[in-house]
Design a protein around this ligand. Structure first.
Ligand SMILES: Nc1nc2c(ncn2[C@@H]2O[C@H](COP(=O)(O)OP(=O)(O)OP(=O)(O)O)[C@@H](O)[C@H]2O)c(=O)[nH]1
Ligand SMILES: [Mg+2]
Ligand SMILES: [Zn+2]
Length: 295
């Protein structure tokens, strides 16, 4: 292989970046000093120019980053085209506020999201249609699956040709889904803690895998909290598409859609045209971002 060839970072651990070459080999690479000087940090998913240090031992160097399509902050990842936002129907119980945080964050970074409710085998048909109902006009694909069944084929088709990210809380089945789509990944999976009803944070690092079907799939550690950082509270509504028909129709021009009289959005909630769970989550995130400025 030539020096200066192209590769893709699959994972970064202990100061090494594991770079897949175009020939499908994986080299353990150090990043050149220039990155530290530029304040640039290579991310999982980055396309890079790499050099060979020792072809035999598969050691190399990351010499330059190629231009990115996007860079996500949390989870840290580059060139993600589709996010599979995984929550369990139950075990652990889903927090739809946390789901909305992920959705707002990913949408603000221009990433298309699929809401993947997993462990459908553990819940009722009523509960499944409840989830679908809450996100019905949220402009998001909703998919209910059991990772252990043939449902997985739907996901295989959906991510075909894409670099997709598995994101969500611990214990919802992200690594189980990865293993079904990419058996050679052999990712560890962990039981739910019976005492706490939560996942045990089995996956510790983000890692990208190439699936047989010509997609890339990134597994990430589950997390339980996610802040919207310094997103202005006025921006949050942009990621609630079901509010759009009512924007500009409130009594007050600067209406926050949280408490004002004559609010067209709140009126739509009362009339059942916007789901109260979505509006409640919006109001909670709005308040949180507004408070953030005070500190
Ligand atoms: N009943 C049922 N259990 C499932 C399903 N998918 C995954 N599980 C189980 O859920 C548990 C957690 O799965 P993991 O794949 O480790 O979850 P994870 O999202 O990767 O969790 P972290 O790595 O901790 O973030 C394991 O015991 C899985 O066997 C499913 O569709 N149905
Ligand atoms: Mg995992
Ligand atoms: Zn309003």
């Amino acid at each position: 292989m030539e020096a200066g060839s192209k590769g893709r970072i699959l994972k970064g651990i202990g100061g090494f970046y594991y770079v897949e070459t175009e020939a499908g080999e994986v080299f353990a690479c150090r990043a050149r000093g220039i990155f530290r000087k530029d304040g640039q940090k290579p991310l999982v998913g980055d396309y890079v120019r790499m050099g060979i240090v020792d072809a035999e031992k598969k050691e190399g160097s990351v010499d330059a980053l190629l231009p990115r399509e996007n860079a996500l902050i949390r989870p840290e990842a580059a060139n993600v085209e589709l996010a599979l936002l995984v929550f369990a129907c139950t075990s652990p119980e889903p927090s739809l506020l946390l789901l909305d945080r992920f959705l707002v964050m990913l949408r603000s970074q221009g990433v298309k999201c699929v809401l993947l409710f997993n462990k459908k085998d553990l819940t009722t048909a009523e509960r499944i249609s409840e989830f679908a109902g809450i996100y019905r006009n949220a402009d998001a694909e909703v998919c209910c699956i059991s990772a252990k069944s043939d449902d997985i084929e739907k996901i295989r088709e959906r991510i075909q040709g894409y670099t997709a990210l598995l994101a969500g809380p611990s214990g919802v089945g992200k690594s189980t889904i990865l293993n079904r789509l990419c058996p050679e990944a052999q990712a560890s999976t962990g039981e739910i803690s019976r005492k706490l009803g939560r996942g045990k944070h089995t996956t510790r690092h983000a890692e990208l895998f190439r699936t047989e079907a010509g997609s890339y799939l990134m597994d990430t550690p589950g997390f339980t909290a996610l802040s919207l950082g310094d997103m202005p509270e006025e921006e949050i509504r942009l990621y609630y598409p079901e509010f759009r028909p009512y924007e500009g129709k409130c009594r007050f021009r600067e209406c926050s859609h949280t408490h004002e009289p004559g609010c067209a959005v709140r009126e739509a909630v009362v009339q059942g045209r916007i789901h109260p769970v979505r509006h409640g989550n919006y109001a909670a995130l709005y308040e949180e971002q507004k408070q953030r400025k005070k500190y």
